[in-house]
Design a protein around this ligand. Structure first.
Ligand code: NDP
Ligand code: GDR
Length: 330
C-alpha cells in the first residue's frame, strides 16, 4: 500500500520540492494550507491535482487534529513557519507562536491521533547563530533572532516528545538552501531577481544590507532528499545538512552580476533598512554525520546554484536572448 505523508508548508519553497520527491516515490500526499483571501498555489500548481489539500493553521490546534485524523499519515513533515528572519523582529510574538509553539501543536496532534507516524521538524542553522564555524550536531546554540529562538524551542520540543512518548521524531538542522522558487525577500533571490531586472533595463540599482555575512548555501532540491532519508532510518536522530562551504553575500553578488557580464560595484547600494538588529556573521555546516549515516551529499555547487537562479529570473523578464519584456513585475 502507498505510504501517506502530511506536509505542512507545502506551498513554500521546500514543500514544493518535497511534494515532487514524495510523489515520484509513490506517496499519497496531504498538504496543509492556511486560508488566504487569495489562494497561493504558485509553487505547487503543476502537481496540485495529485495532492489532497487540508485547511489548517499552525496556530490552531483543532485544525491540526482534524488534519491528522483525516490523513492518518505514515510520515509528517513540519515545514510551515514564519521563516523570514528579518520579519521576526517586527512580529516576534507571531513568530514564536507559529515557528515555536506550532511545533508542539503538531506533535500533540501526532501523539493523540497518529502516534506511529514518523515526524520531521524543519530545524535551522540559525539556531547556531553566533557559534564558531564549522557547526555540527554537537555545537552549542547561540540564537540571534526571535526566529532562531523559536526554532530552538521547536528543536527541543521534538526531542522531548521523542523521549517522553517514544515518537519517531527527527530534527533536520538545515543550512540555507535556495532555488528559483525561493521567496523574493531572501537575499539570494533578491540578488538574482535584481540582476535580471538590471540586465533587462527594468532597474538601475540593487539595495542590500550586510554584504559581509557568510552563509553555507545549497540547493533546496538536494536538501529535501535529506529530509526524506531521515524518516527512512530505523531510529530517529538529528542531522546537520550543509555543503561545508561558506560564501559572503558580496561573493554571491559578484558571481550573479558577473554571470551576465556586469560589475556589481556599479549597481549595488548599501541600505541601512536591510541591516538587522543582530546578524549572524558566518554559518558553515559540517554534514559528516548525514554523509556517513544517510549517505547524503549535496549534488549542486555554489556556482551552479547561482547560475540556475539567475537563468530562471532572466527567463522571467526576457522575451528572447536579446530582448527583455518591459514592465513585468517579479
Ligand atoms: P517558506 O517561507 O518558503 O514557506 C513557509 C511555509 O509555511 C509556507 O507554505 C507558508 O504558507 C507556511 N506557513 C506560514 N505560516 C503558517 C501558519 N501559521 N500555518 C500554516 N502554514 C503556515 O519556507 P521554506 O520552504 O524556505 O522553509 C521550510 C521550513 O524550513 C521553514 O520551517 C523554515 O523555517 C525552515 N528552514 C528553511 C531553510 C532555508 O534555507 N530555506 C533553512 C533551515 C530551515 P503560505 O504559502 O500560506 O505563506
Ligand atoms: P537567513 O536568510 O536570514 O540566513 O535565513 P536571508 O537570505 O534573509 O539572509 C542571509 C544574509 O544576508 C544578509 N543580507 C540580506 N538579507 C536579506 N534578506 N535582504 C537584504 O537586502 C540583505 N542584505 C544582506 C542578511 O543580513 C543575512 O546575514 C534563511 C531562512 O530561510 C531561514 O528560514 C532559515 O532558517 C535560514 O536561512 C537557515
Amino acid at each position: 500500500m502507498a505510504k501517506a505523508a502530511l506536509i505542512t508548508g507545502i506551498t513554500g519553497q521546500d514543500g514544493s520540492y518535497l511534494a515532487e520527491l514524495l510523489l515520484d516515490n509513490g506517496y499519497e500526499i496531504y498538504g496543509l494550507i492556511r486560508r488566504l483571501s487569495t489562494p497561493n498555489f504558485t509553487r505547487v500548481e503543476h502537481v496540485a491535482d495529485r495532492i489532497t489539500f487540508l485547511e489548517g493553521d499552525l496556530t490552531d490546534q483543532s485544525s491540526l487534529n482534524i488534519a491528522m485524523q483525516t490523513a492518518q499519515p505514515d510520515e509528517v513533515y513540519n515545514l510551515a513557519a514564519q521563516s523570514f528572519v528579518a520579519t521576526s523582529w517586527n512580529q516576534p510574538v507571531l513568530t514564536g507562536d507559529v515557528t515555536g509553539l506550532g511545533v508542539i501543536r503538531i506533535l500533540e496532534a501526532i501523539r493523540q491521533f497518529s502516534p506511529d507516524a514518523k515526524f520531521y521538524q524543519a530545524s535551522s542553522s540559525e539556531m547556531f547563530g553566533a557559534a564558531e564555524s564549522p557547526q555540527n550536531e554537537q555545537t552549542v546554540f547561540h540564537p540571534r533572532s526571535p526566529y532562531a529562538v523559536a526554532k530552538v524551542y521547536g528543536y527541543y520540543s521534538t526531542i522531548n516528545y521523542k523521549e517522553s512518548y517514544n515518537l519517531f521524531a527527527c530534527n533536520g538542522i538545515l543550512f540555507n538552501h535556495e532555488s528559483p522558487r525561493r521567496g523574493i525577500e531572501f537575499v539570494t533571490k533578491k540578488i538574482t531577481d535584481g540582476v535580471a531586472r538590471i540586465h533587462c533595463g527594468l532597474s538601475k540599482e540593487l539595495r542590500l544590507g550586510n554584504l559581509d555575512a557568510k552563509r553555507d548555501w545549497g540547493f533546496a532540491g538536494d536538501y529535501v532528499r535529506a529530509m526524506w532519508l531521515m524518516l527512512q532510518q530505523d531510529k530517529p536522530d538529528d542531522y546537520v545538512i550543509a555543503t561545508g562551504e561558506s560564501h559572503s553575500v558580496k561573493e554571491f553578488v559578484d558571481e550573479a552580476f558577473s554571470s551576465v557580464g556586469l560589475d556589481w560595484q556599479n549597481y549595488v547600494k548599501m541600505d541601512e533598512r536591510f541591516m538587522r538588529p543582530a546578524d549572524v556573521p558566518e554559518l558553515r555546516g559540517d554534514a559528516s554525520k548525514a554523509k556517513n549515516k544517510l549517505g547524503w551529499v549535496p549534488l549542486t555547487s555554489f556556482k551552479e546554484l547561482v547560475s540556475m537562479m539567475v537563468e530562471q529570473d532572466l527567463i522571467k523578464y526576457k522575451k528572447s536572448d536579446s530582448d527583455c519584456i518591459f514592465g513585468v513585475k517579479p
